[in-house]
Design a protein around this ligand. Structure first.
Ligand code: MTE
Ligand code: MO
Length: 324
């Protein structure tokens, strides 16, 4: 089973955001690099209009304002869309399955094992571990390889700060991540036909150190809903969404390029780097455009999802077509 193309009719904008709210929304998230007061105010207003319903998930605090450079036409996707239209095959392959099924996942207690080529390996209790990382809100575009996208505020911190703490050895060139394997709570894992389990992903170490690379524990100011990868997941906004692995239980430093699930499953269709690139089509569909969830017309996909300035230097001299 391969990641499916989403039909434009699958989600109508009226299902995502009630029309009155949609029309009411102030759209001030503009201007490359603009982190001015007016922008902050605009973002807060947008949040007020799109905020999660009260009492759904625990509010996180304190949160400082992090990266939020967006384009003129980028508006926040609604909380309902962000938490109701998901890919998390451990809970089923339909977009609505994770929201329906992921409540069965126990996220406390949660431990993350760190091993491989590093000076400070160990097993961390997530609650303790989180205390040393101040939370930031980062607003990113999120582009799935299937051709749809969203924009929304994550809560988290830099992956690079975490990586440093484990002191990777000079021989460590890559880092691999692994999702929880718990078929009793993850119904999709009861079938090996869906994907090989557990889901794994990898990055080159310098990619992991890029300031955009985020470990997220929340979104829209709240604790991460299970369907979005609770209690901790990666967010790599310049790469196709499948690189942003959910519900992480293990981090391993390696010398050789680690496996990633979608590449193992279909090597002719999915690669290791998987940077968003409108000039390299998927063998079965174009990547030149995308559908922003909640919008009708498709928009152009941007090189590195619009983050070329921030991450382009990681790939100088590389053949971006060959290394899809
Ligand atoms: N463990 C795990 N991580 C995963 C996936 C998955 O099926 N299992 N799906 C990926 C894909 S294809 C995308 S697009 C994003 C979706 O994240 P979202 O549901 O929070 O939008 O998660 C990624 N991380
Ligand atoms: Mo995806």
């Amino acid at each position: 089973m391969l990641i499916r193309i989403v039909k434009a009719s699958a989600v109508r904008s009226s299902e995502i955001t009630p029309k009155a709210l949609y029309l009411d929304r102030r759209r001030f998230i503009t201007g490359a690099g603009a982190i001015a007061g007016s922008l902050a105010t605009g973002t807060r207003m947008a949040h007020a209009a799109l905020a999660p319903p009260p009492g759904v998930n625990t509010r996180l605090s304190p949160i400082t304002e992090g990266y939020r450079k967006l384009g003129d036409k980028d508006e926040l996707s609604s909380y309902k869309a962000v938490t109701g239209y998901n890919n998390f095959y451990e809970f089923g392959t339909d977009k609505s399955d994770p929201a329906e099924n992921a409540h069965t996942l126990t996220t406390k207690p949660w431990t993350v094992k760190v091993d491989g080529l590093c000076a400070k390996p160990g097993t961390l209790d997530l609650d303790d571990f989180l205390k040393s990382y101040p939370l930031e809100e980062r607003i990113y575009r999120h582009r799935c390889v299937e051709g749809w996208s969203m924009v929304f505020p994550w809560v988290g911190f830099s992956l690079g700060d975490v990586v440093k703490r484990f002191e990777p050895l000079g021989s460590a060139k890559y880092v691999q991540f692994e999702t929880l394997l718990r078929p009793s709570e993850m119904p999709g894992q009861r079938s090996s036909l869906i994907l090989p389990w557990p889901y794994v992903e990898g990055l080159r170490l310098d990619e992991a150190m890029n300031p955009l690379a985020t470990l997220a524990v929340g979104l829209y100011g709240e604790v991460l809903p299970n369907q979005n990868g609770a209690p901790i997941r990666l967010v790599l906004p310049w790469k196709y969404g499948f690189k942003s692995i959910k519900s992480i239980v293990r981090v391993t430093f390696t010398e050789t390029q680690p496996k990633n699930t979608w590449q193992v499953y279909a090597p002719s269709e999915y690669g290791f780097y998987s940077n968003v690139n409108p000039t390299v089509d998927h063998p079965r569909w174009s990547q030149a455009t995308e559908r922003r969830i909640g919008e009708f017309l498709r928009r152009k996909t941007l090189m590195f999802n619009g983050y070329a300035e921030e991450v382009g230097q990681l790939y100088t001299g590389m053949d971006l077509v060959q290394n899809f």
